[in-house]
Write a protein that binds this ligand. Structure first.
Ligand code: GCU
Length: 615
């Protein structure tokens, strides 16, 4: 369904009332419609650079095959559209989905015609309290249908929800377990092909009626998957039903690997693994979020060339293509849903929206060996009871569907986050040497952060410093936003973290500068500048220095006793101050976004650019 579509902004929110979804109303509208190539965000259209609101998308199509409603079910599958998406086919309402980063689909079997179908999709990326993410976030709110749309025709008798679980018993032996659901009646042949995807290693036949099924296979001397050796086997499910005999009903590559946590250490395939990572937003100038495959591939190749072995997809899941590439090239992926900063953590509605996003994400990515971590959120007021409860519940929700990956959340509360005891690992963001104090504080602070989870691994999931590409200052003066300042902060932090026994890994914030309405200082101008490359991929000093620093350590003098004492002493005060700080912080967020937007509008107008108003 990708290709040429039509679209129209709905500033007055009149489209539903005027029934823009009805085929009879399409022709009168047509002259007023803009062309758009889907997938693409409407924010790339001239004048809609900072537009946030309702946008209608129209697509006329004919079927290239018979619509045969007796043996097939038909669906429209969206890989990603932001934020609230509603759809109609031939005037009939199909449903809606809340969330900008995970796939969703609508059944269309009854509405589908052989010819002259009209698909109408209304997207709304208006910021609202209680959404996921909530009103204010530090990334650009790209709106519309920015990932692929597919017409899916599936046999009524089919296999679904295939989950591949691999257990590494030893380097000599592993077990592959495949769980699945059958809809209708299906007999099928399953095959596991070797890492060249040529010869069949194992196969078997199954005759199954409407229920869950499971297969298990022991494999000797397996070629395990790891970032250094991204070996991939192949699974095929071939129909033996008369109506679909010989058809491949499901196929995927998979890796045999196992992530385990023992005490303070994380193991991959029975060997201790240390994460040296970086974060990345799904944005690439001038494509917005609809990034060409080869650009994503280049990013990961660059990261590996710097010596990095892990990537955090901040703060939401990227297109599945990124995980495909990560599986093939070998990089560990940390995934997250955008439960971010302040939100309505008392609301069961918000919980349901987040839980649905998480469920769809797990369904999409559960068979990617590169994906090793589910984070249920980032930098929330976790010291608040309703928020802590929300996160415990969300982590339990994730564990119901996947007990093979690390389940956690990313915190920024140094002293008063007790909920991290409920997570598999601790994960902390701190910006010493940038937002706070001197980078030299890290040695003691990170010990304090680790105190309540002394028996678990701790990940340092964000640290960084802004740098405007090309802005240099001599080493001594350490000017903010200079490339030298960024180098100094990142260098010192990496050496310190590499010297801490309980640190299981770190993640530089961030690979590439990215757009954000709340970053409007003179060196920022609408961009978060903490990338080690600019938004145009210009490499900053840190990019060149990283390979030389990445494994460096430094002599540390630290005492767990002192940091534990400090934690006990400071906890009550920190709790109070953090709580009050969060109450105040939450109240200023709407203003912060609106002010940022105003500044962006003025800058665009000064550049002589057309800016379409939302109202
Ligand atoms: C936070 C947050 C990021 C943000 C970063 C920054 O830690 O998690 O989303 O971009 O700080 O301010 O640069």
């Amino acid at each position: 369904m990708d290709g040429k579509w039509k679209c129209k902004a709905d500033k007055g929110n009149v489209g539903i009332e005027e029934e823009w979804f009805k085929p009879k109303n399409y022709d009168p509208l047509e002259n007023d419609l803009l062309d758009i190539h889907i997938p693409n965000s409407f924010n790339l259209l001239e004048g809609y650079d900072i537009y946030e609101g309702i946008f209608w998308h129209f697509h006329e199509f004919n079927l290239t095959y018979s619509e045969d409603k007796t043996s097939f079910n038909n669906f429209i599958n969206f890989q990603g559209a932001n934020y609230i998406t509603q759809a109609w086919l031939n005037g009939v309402y199909l449903g809606e989905f809340h969330g900008g980063f995970t796939p969703f689909r609508f059944k269309i079997t009854q509405q589908l015609k052989k010819k002259n179908n009209l698909l109408v999709v209304r997207t709304d990326n208006t910021r609202r309290k209680g959404q996921v993410p909530d009103y204010c976030f530090d990334w650009f709110n790209w709106g519309g249908i920015y990932r692929s749309v597919e017409l899916l025709r599936l046999h009524k008798n089919r296999i679904t929800d295939i989950v591949i679980k691999t257990t590494v018993k030893s380097l000599q032996e592993s077990i592959i377990e495949i769980k699945y659901n059958i809809i209708g009646n299906l007999s099928f042949r399953w095959q596991i092909l070797d890492t060249d995807h040529k010869s069949v290693l194992f196969e078997g036949d199954v005759l199954q009626k409407n229920r869950k099924g499971e297969l298990s296979q022991i494999i000797k001397k397996p070629e395990l998957w790891s970032p250094d050796n991204p070996n991939l086997y192949y699974l095929k499910v071939i129909s033996k039903n008369p109506e679909s005999s010989g058809e491949i009903l499901y196929e995927t590559h998979f890796g045999i690997r196992q992530i385990e946590i023992k005490g303070k250490y994380v193991y991959l395939n029975k060997k201790r693994i240390y994460f040296k990572g970086i974060s990345l937003h799904e944005e690439y100038h001038p494509y917005g979020r609809t990034i060409p495959y080869e650009k994503r591939e280049k990013d990961i190749k660059n990261m590996k060339s710097l010596g990095l072995n892990a990537l955090r997809t901040a703060h939401y899941s990227h297109d599945e293509a990124l995980n495909e590439i990560a599986d093939n090239l070998g990089i560990l992926i940390l995934e997250e849903i955008p439960v971010y900063w302040f939100g309505d953590y008392k609301s069961n509605e918000t919980f349901k929206v987040a839980a649905k996003q998480m469920r769809n994400l797990i369904k999409r990515d559960i068979n990617h060996p590169s994906v090793v971590w589910w984070s249920v959120g980032n930098e929330v007021p976790i010291e608040m009871r309703e928020c802590s409860r929300f996160f415990k519940r969300m982590m339990d929700w994730v564990r119901r569907f996947d007990d093979t990956r690390i389940v956690t959340f990313v915190s920024s509360r140094m002293f008063c986050d007790l909920t991290k005891r409920y997570a598999d690992v601790g994960a902390i963001n701190m910006y010493w040497g940038w937002y706070k104090g001197s980078v030299k504080m890290i040695n003691t602070i990170v010990d304090i952060v680790h105190t309540p989870i002394f028996d678990k691994p701790l990940f340092y999931t964000e640290f960084g410093a802004g740098a405007k590409y090309g802005f240099h200052a001599d080493q001594t003066r350490q000017k903010k936003f200079s490339e030298e300042k960024q180098l100094q902060v990142l260098d010192y932090t990496i050496r310190t973290l590499n010297s801490k026994d309980y640190i299981a890994g770190w993640f530089i914030w961030i690979y590439r500068d990215f757009r954000s309405l709340i970053k409007q200082e003179k060196y920022q101008k609408g961009f978060n500048r903490k990338g080690i490359v600019s938004e145009k991929n210009q490499k900053k000093l840190m990019y060149y220095r990283l390979p030389h620093i990445i494994n460096k350590k430094r002599k540390l003098i630290s005492s767990r006793l002192i940091s534990s004492l400090l934690w006990c002493i400071f906890f009550p005060f920190a709790y109070l101050l953090t709580y009050l700080g969060d109450v105040v912080g939450a109240s200023g967020h709407i203003k912060r976004i609106n002010k940022g937007k105003e500044t962006e509008r003025e800058r665009l107008q000064k550049q002589g650019k057309k800016v379409v108003d939302e109202n």
